[in-house]
Design a protein around this ligand. Structure first.
Ligand code: ZN
Length: 150
C-alpha cells in the first residue's frame, strides 16, 4: 500500500500507526550514545547543512536505519535525487516505521517526520515528490545509518 499526502495529513491530525516496538531513553542516555551532531539533530530537532551529509549522494543498495535505535526506516530502492542537498525518499520502508507531526515552527506549516520507535527527529515530508506517491521525505543524513545489502 502506498502512503500519500492524504495519509500523512490523516496521521499527523488523527494519530500515528502503532510501532512494532518502542525504545525510550533519557536525554543523558541518548547523549552518551550519539555524536554531538547526531544528538542535536535527532533529539533537539536540528537540521544539518544541505549537501553536508554523508548519505546525501549515497547509492549503495541497503536499508537506512534510525541512528538512535537501528529500526529500518527507508529502503535504498525508494531513494531519489531531489537536488535539495538532503537524502530524499518517496515512502517509508513500512507504514508504521515513521510518525508524523504538524510542525508550525519558523512561521511555516510543515509535517515533521520522526522515528516511530524512539521519536528521533528525522526531517520533514512534502507533497512535491515523484509519482506514484507524490511524497518527498527530506531526511537528515546524521539521523540515519545505512546497512548495505550483501
Ligand atoms: Zn529510532
Amino acid at each position: 500500500m502506498i502512503i500519500t499526502w492524504k495519509d500523512v495529513i490523516h496521521f499527523s491530525v488523527s494519530g500515528n500507526p502503532v510501532p512494532d516496538k518502542r525504545v525510550e531513553k533519557t536525554e543523558n542516555e541518548w547523549a552518551a550514545l550519539l555524536t554531538p551532531e547526531q544528538f542535536r539533530i535527532t533529539r533537539k530537532k536540528g537540521t544539518e547543512a544541505p549537501h553536508s551529509g554523508a548519505l546525501c549522494s549515497a547509492h549503495d543498495a541497503g536499508k537506512y536505519e534510525c541512528i538512535c535505535c537501528s529500526t529500518p526506516l527507508f529502503d535504498s530502492t525508494i531513494k531519489f535525487e531531489s537536488g535539495t542537498g538532503w537524502p530524499s525518499f518517496t515512502q517509508p520502508i513500512t507504514q508504521n516505521a515513521i510518525k508524523y507531526f504538524k510542525d508550525s515552527s519558523f512561521g511555516m506549516v510543515r509535517v515533521e517526520v520522526l522515528c516511530n520507535t524512539c521519536d528521533a527527529h528525522l526531517g520533514h515530508v512534502f507533497p512535491d515528490g515523484p509519482e506514484p506517491s507524490g511524497l518527498r521525505y527530506c531526511i537528515n543524513s546524521e539521523s540515519m545509518n545505512i546497512t548495505k545489502s550483501e
